[in-house]
Write a protein that binds this ligand. Structure first.
Ligand code: 13P
Ligand code: SF4
Length: 327
């Protein structure tokens, strides 16, 4: 038995595991015994991606959540993703191995601030990136992910004004690309994508002249402007698979390179350098909170779980379903 009060305070189960325990084998066994699946985002550690039943980007993970058949889902990702799963599959037990796995974008847009902004601009449609809390989704008109953002904006009549929240980089990228003048953009950003250094990126390009720069639209404009390709994680992965190029400088979270290498082992993938040279990596500290040990313990004890009240689920489901209906 675990002490749920302590786990709730800590955010995860902290228990010693005997070094003889083979975590991978134990997780496989528990999945079978408990009718559980593991869903993982491409930003997860390689060993976590490898044990998952499904690895995808934010959109693919939402589609998967909508069609879940299993009793339990362990979500190897961050909290807003686990919440989205709970909203789409309310009767499923959704486990997040570490409740501290947040998101700087979701943190940048709280319910009250968005509500106040909405009240000042009552004629605007509220489009929120899926990287938001369930509470923020309850006051959104439609959600989007980086895979379908263009389609979602284009599904709204051109003359209708929009509030786009919370990612300013994705918002400005869409506003310019789609020439959507009447679009107000929230001032949030992802701490991983914001810190790429243009100067260092260009230095790397100079020493690897044949390499293509590929970036996620959460990157700031200077990075976007020098990129050969811009897309969501799954679109970037697909691009590297299809491209004739043999080398890529990858401007997004480092974890995505695992799948790129799997699909194209003969190709070279160089992580784009962050500004802070003492770091030398582009890891999302939140995504990387999910470890094999936490996966194992959370599945074993079926805790910590995502809990949302029915009203929140019902209201937050509306913008997510509207998003999924846009083809
Ligand atoms: P996608 O999964 O849509 O590529 O978004 C990346 C991301 O930042 C998720 O946190
Ligand atoms: Fe959030 Fe950025 Fe981490 Fe994605 S990479 S979960 S947007 S902080």
């Amino acid at each position: 038995m675990i002490d749920k009060y302590t786990v709730d305070k800590l955010g995860y189960i902290d228990e010693d595991i005997d070094s003889s325990v083979n975590l991978v084998e134990e997780i496989k066994l528990l999945k079978k015994q408990k009718d559980a699946v593991i869903l993982a985002h491409y930003y997860q550690n390689p060993e976590v991606q490898d044990i998952a039943d499904f690895v995808g980007d934010s959109l693919a993970l939402s589609v998967k959540a909508k069609n879940l058949k299993s009793k339990i889902v362990v979500f190897a990702g961050v909290k807003f993703m686990a919440e989205t799963t709970k909203i789409l599959a309310p009767s499923t037990k959704v486990i997040l191995p570490d409740l501290n796995a947040g998101c700087s974008l979701a943190d940048s847009c709280d319910y009250e601030s968005l509500k106040n902004y909405k009240d000042i601009h009552p004629n605007h449609k509220v489009v929120t990136y899926i990287n938001t809390t369930a509470a923020v989704k309850t006051i959104s008109d439609i959600c989007c992910t980086s895979s379908n953002a263009e389609r979602i904006i284009n599904s709204i009549p051109k003359n209708e004004p929009i509030i786009f929240a919370p990612d300013r980089n994705l918002g400005n990228y869409l506003k310019n690309k789609l020439q959507k003048e009447n679009m107000l953009i929230w001032d949030g950003f992802c701490h991983v994508h914001q810190r790429f250094s243009l100067e260092k990126l260009l230095e790397i390009k100079k020493s690897n002249p044949g390499s293509l720069i590929i970036s996620h639209p959460e990157c700031p404009k200077p990075i976007i402007l020098v990129s050969d390709y811009i897309g969501s994680t799954s679109q970037m992965i697909e691009y590297t698979k299809q491209s004739k190029s043999k080398s890529f400088i990858v401007a997004t979270e480092y974890g995505v390179i695992h799948e790129m290498k799997k699909l194209s082992p003969e190709k070279n993938f160089i992580p784009a350098p962050p500004e802070d040279s003492t770091c030398g990596c582009n890891d999302c500290s939140y995504m990387k909170m999910i470890t094999l040990k936490k996966l194992y313990l959370s599945l074993l004890h079926e805790y910590p779980i995502i809990e949302l009240d029915k009203e929140t689920i019902d209201k937050a489901l509306i913008p997510i379903e509207r998003m999924l209906a846009v083809k």
